[in-house]
Design a protein around this ligand. Structure first.
Ligand code: PEP
Ligand code: MG
Length: 762
């Protein structure tokens, strides 16, 4: 296998290699001359290499003004005297937009700002590329020509590589004077506020920790090429040995997991990869910079690959590069608990990864793109970890160890907050703790509406650790125990006796309060490596939940066996997920009967009563709820899935999930139809979707006739308070009148309605 393409080296504007240019840049930077001279040398090296009449470097000052620092081709007097405001002229536009700008007629570009002192009147073509580091523009590299030269995409790409290197050395101290480097550092470490979306409310303060730790800091150019070459060789050897070791340690692994490690090994031993790393080192880069360089080249190529298998392998290559950088730095790999109080920052992650982190130190979560009903969000909510999303820039804007404040209620992230901001949030955190203590005091108050309707409040749980919250919140029982979460933590499926012990402990901790065990709903984003199955293009609508159990009963039968054993002598409540047709319940009941027979034959004590429930989470089941109700003892609405299928909007897609409000009158009418039919069938029905976390939605659910709701522990206190302030009949009448309005959401009007009745909404 060779991961090289036929042309391993992106060509520079004039066809000469960028490796050659990097070597010359290295020589310029290595000169023992003043910082200004070094910069001028660098500018002329670039100008010559790319054959442009003008090459200029503008750097951003701490006051956000762009100052001409060096030029070849413009009037020398303009250096340090020509400035442009942020966003002013073509240079300002490039810096502000973070994007390259190409034009062959600069003077007629609408953003052009004329600076007579530079003498640039005769220049027509313009290529400006931002110097980006940590997501910020540190300046602009500009190439200009008197003729109307057209820069090709390849040329722009090559100049971008040069600009990236320039940004790197501006921050590293290898190029600028110490004061100038300090100014760059100050710019990179300013306080920032990013606006995203609220997922789990609450305030968290802590230090940034990345799921993928960033590469350690390193120099870009080497002083001693042969030493670098030795360091590189040694790191490659160590890397290969560590991958071999990983394979040996996991010798028992089979199937897909083994294939993944084998592929990883092939990459580590790839000749082309090693050759390119060595070529980069020979051009004067440090071993670390060479690893980064080759990694970026691979990224660019593989992202264009049509073959999805190749694109997926990108992760392996990035990971390999990462290991190399750690080996080169001599730093051991840190785990997520590097600080006493940390905030985990990642582009995205699955629920299993989150569960691997230490709960005591993990205070907050910042994810680039994840939706409110994704399972990682559900786990974060269950663990009461404040979380924001929609802030992909966070990964670039902050560094490991930076102080962060997550404002989960407002959906904001503060990076390196000022002392004033920090003080405000410390106070908010204290208030939050006090408020929780107040809710705890109200835990035994009856959840009865003003017009005397009793509302049963249940709690959602997924881990045994959640069960004690039952008593702290005063919930009547666990309305949804997501058993699969326990399956996702380990490296293999828990055995029957391990499962029995888990369910037994949960029942013990519940101390007589009922627990509804939902059989494992595997699929969608809920998979662990050991259970990767099939390749559904859309796993949420694929082989999951009861469908998988019907085809491959092994897992569900083991689980039912464990549940029967754990609840020996007591009441057992079991619920099946993703029911679509009533006949699927018959199949599931068949498995249960067989397990009961088996237990009887073995002389085991059975539960004293077994109640069976079905989750209503597909429109097919909701529409025909009567048929399903006739086969079970109770129903529970899985609103997360039901809404995803009703609106045809992937619950895990950040882009579409927030588009449709559960307070859409059509959705409420659809739910009401189901509630009415379940009532006609005399089947108890509860609602356990995460939407009930939002008090406004929960109140509307009461309005359409739902009297039992199951929600995360943190939502219970505010919900009980709400229930005691509202009048269920009044809400029903209000909603009924609006079920057929053309409005797309009742949220605004209904929020007003509730606040007028004294309901406090955060
Ligand atoms: C639901 O779909 O609403 C539900 C409660 O189940 P889960 O979120 O685990 O899919
Ligand atoms: Mg569901």
């Amino acid at each position: 296998m060779n991961i090289e393409t036929p042309n391993p080296d992106p060509s520079a504007p004039n066809g000469r290699s960028t490796t050659e240019l990097f070597r010359r840049m290295h020589d310029a930077v290595a000169q023992d001359v003043s910082a200004q001279k070094r910069l001028d040398l660098l500018t002329s090296v670039i100008a010559k290499h790319v054959e442009s009449d003008v090459c200029s470097i503008y750097l951003r000052r701490p006051d956000d003004v762009l100052e001409l620092y060096s030029t070849v081709g413009l009037n020398r007097e303009a250096v340090h005297s020509t400035t442009l405001d942020w966003g002013e002229g073509l240079v300002g536009l490039v810096a502000k937009s973070h994007r390259p700008l190409v034009t062959d007629d600069a003077p007629h570009h609408p953003a052009f700002a004329y600076r007579p002192e530079t003498g640039e009147d005769k220049l027509h073509s313009f290529l400006g590329v931002p110097l980006i580091r940590s997501g910020k523009s540190l300046g602009v590299l500009v190439l200009q020509n008197t003729t109307s030269r057209k820069y090709t995409d390849e040329e722009v790409e090559a100049v971008q590589a040069v600009a990236a290197l320039l940004a790197e050395i501006s921050a590293s101290g290898e190029l600028l004077s110490s004061e100038e480097t300090a100014a760059v550092g100050e710019m990179l470490h300013r306080p920032e506020r990013l606006r995203g979306y609220a997922i789990v409310s609450g305030v968290a303060i802590g230090r940034a920790v990345f799921l993928q730790p960033p590469a350690p800091k390193h120099k870009v150019f080497a002083n001693d090429v042969s030493r670098e070459s030795d360091r590189l060789d040694k790191a490659i050897e160590e890397l290969r040995a560590s991958v071999d070791d990983m394979l040996e340690r996991n010798a028992s692994l089979g199937g897909v997991s083994r294939e993944v490690i084998e592929t990883y090994r092939l990459f580590a031993y790839d000749r082309g990869w090693k050759d390119r790393l060595q070529a980069a080192v020979l051009s004067g880069l440090t071993a670390e910079a060479a690893v980064e360089q080759v990694k970026n080249e691979n990224r660019a190529r593989m992202l264009q690959a049509r073959d999805s298998y190749l694109r997926e392998r990108l992760h392996d290559l990035d990971d390999l590069a990462h290991r190399m950088l750690r080996l080169l730095s001599g730093e051991p790999r840190k785990n997520g608990n590097a600080y006493d109080e940390c905030i985990l920052v990642a582009q995205s992650m699955g629920p299993a990864e989150l569960l691997e982190y230490d709960r005591d130190s993990l205070k907050g979560l910042v994810l680039g793109e994840v939706s409110a009903t994704s399972h990682v969000a559900i786990v974060a909510r269950a663990l009461n970890i404040p979380m924001v999303t929609g802030v992909s820039e966070a990964l670039e804007r902050c560094e490991e160890g930076d102080e962060l404040v997550v404002d989960g209620g407002a959906g904001e992230l503060h990076i390196r907050p000022t002392s004033d901001v920090l003080e405000t949030f410390v106070a908010k955190l204290e208030f939050q703790t006090e408020r929780q203590a107040e809710f705890a005091k109200e835990k035994d108050l009856q959840a009865r509406t003003r017009d005397g309707q009793d509302i049963s409040i249940m709690m959602n749980a997924g881990l045994v650790l959640d069960i004690p919250h039952l008593h702290e919140t005063g919930a009547k029982g666990v309305g949804l125990f997501r058993t699969e979460l326990q399956f996702l933590i380990g490296s293999q499926l828990p055995s029957v006796s391990e499962q029995t012990a888990i369910y037994k402990e949960a029942l013990l901790l519940a101390d007589g309060k009922p627990i509804i065990f939902r059989t494992a709903d595997i699929g969608g984003d809920k998979t662990a490596d050991y259970m990767k199955h099939g390749n559904d293009v859309n796993p949420a609508m694929g082989w999951r939940g009861l469908r998988m159990a019907v085809d491959r009963p092994g897992m569900i039968r083991q689980q039912l066996r464990a549940l029967l054993a754990a609840a020996a002598g007591r009441e057992l409540r079991i619920m099946f997920p993703m029911v679509t047709l009533a006949s699927e319940i018959d199949v599931a009941r068949g498995f249960l009967s067989r397990e009961i027979e088996r237990a009887k034959r073995a002389g085991k004590t059975l539960p004293k009563d077994i109640k069976i429930g079905a989750m209503i989470e597909t429109p097919a089941a909701a529409w025909r709820v009567g048929a399903i109700a006739s086969k079970v003892d109770f129903l529970s609405v899985g609103g997360n899935d039901l809404a995803q299928f009703y609106f045809a909007a992937d619950r895990d897609s950040e882009r579409v999930q927030r588009r449709y409000d559960p307070l859409n009158p059509g959705f409420l009418e659809f739910l009401k139809h189901m509630v009415d039919r379940a009532r006609a069938a005399k089947s108890p029905l509860s609602y356990c979707g995460e939407q009930a976390t939002d008090p406004v939605t929960a109140a509307a659910l009461i309005g359409i006739g739902i009297r039992e709701l199951s929600m995360p522990a943190t939502a219970i206190g505010p919900f009980r308070r709400l229930v005691r302030l509202i009048n269920a009949e009044e809400i029903s009448a209000w909603i009924d009148e609006r079920l057929e309005t053309p409005q797309e959401s009742l949220r605004k009007e209904f929020t007003k309605f509730l606040t007028a009745r004294g309901v406090e909404l955060e």
